[in-house]
Design a protein around this ligand. Sequence first.
Ligand code: AMP
Ligand code: MG
Length: 424
Amino acid sequence: MTSGATPDATAVDSSLSSVEAYRAAILAAITPLAPASLELAAAEGCVLAEDVTAAVALPSFDNSGMDGYAVRAADVAGAAEDSPVTLPVTGEVAAGDIGAHRLAPGTAIRIMTGAQLPAEADAVVPVEWTDGGAARVAIRRAAEHGNAVRYAGGDATEGETLLTAGTRMRPMQIAVAASAGRSAVTVRPRPRVVVLSTGDELTEPGSPLVPGRIWDSNSYMIAAAAREAGAIAYRRSGVPDDPKGVLPALEEQLAHADLLITTGGVSMGGEHDAVKAALRELGTVTFRKVAMQPGMPQGFGVIGQGGAGGVGAERGVPIFTLPGNPVSAYVSFQMFVRPAIAALQGADDLSLPSVRATLTGPVRSPSGRRSYLRAVLDGSKVTPLSGQGSHQIAYLGRANALIVVPEWETRLPADDEVEVLVLP
Ligand code: AMP
Ligand code: MG
């Protein structure tokens, strides 16, 4: 879809696409964002574009795994509950102490967790096995060679690959990079997503409603869903149902966005299809029917290639035109936009987790279309919610999962086992 784009190439593919075919076409058209070096704190949620290796062995020195006493194992070999071994305590080494400590035979050095093991010590006796003495310590249990010692390189060897390109930087991976001495990492950044809701009926929540108008929920919902998927999201609401309003609104965002999402204005053949009309001017967007419910009418393309809008526009900006009905927009986002956000980061880790569960009640689905029914998943049971209309937002707020009813099923009885997608 990216190549050979000509203006005015907006197309209508009238055949019914499967969910998989549509998703594959989207992912094939997405070019991952250029990698950038980001300071570690800013890299959270981004996807590594390089391998991270250990700059030094981890740990880089032998150290104590417990608070206790550094000893020679041979000196405490005879220690037992009823015959403790008593050793003079000749010093103390704390975590961070960089002094050179040496353990003389027949003595002990007090040592803290993470402190360097003194030269010639080969074991640590945990403080719990002793009387905790300061000048002399009575040891009630033998410690074997290496007891409570964390050896240099025991965690990772110098140069070892700790994180591979393509890994998302979650808190654990941030910790690994920091432990490996990295203050910055090369990552594909969080995509900047701009959400535009179109429709003359839209009113900002907080403003009074007059008959014929509704409060805009889509722009808030989709921006929140994009953030939840790791993007940086902005919303622009209430774009009028008029190509003359939609076109400049889209053009204005091309320079700032890595991904554009519109909602509304793409119903099949309506004369108010402002988004469709505006997109004819901007690039290749294909409108299709996808064999699913909700969310049958879908549009995706790449617009603004070749410079319109400056930064980022050379490669084009992917755009999703989501249906206006909130439930359709939501389900479409989870099925198609979420994986696209991952693809912009060079990753494929954002598909919704799928589990099997038992239906607590019967469900229906149109023939030839895959239904995604809002539901409450509770352990191994899943309850379909009533009110599955695409405009029925009240039940959306209770759902934590989507029941998947395959294309070839029109009804499933209670107690059937079904696939369930867990909502984020
Ligand atoms: P459309 O796709 O523009 O034909 O809209 C389909 C339905 O979704 C209509 O009932 C619209 O009023 C509704 N709708 C469109 N945009 C929004 C929005 N941003 N928030 C809530 N409902 C919307
Ligand atoms: Mg509309």
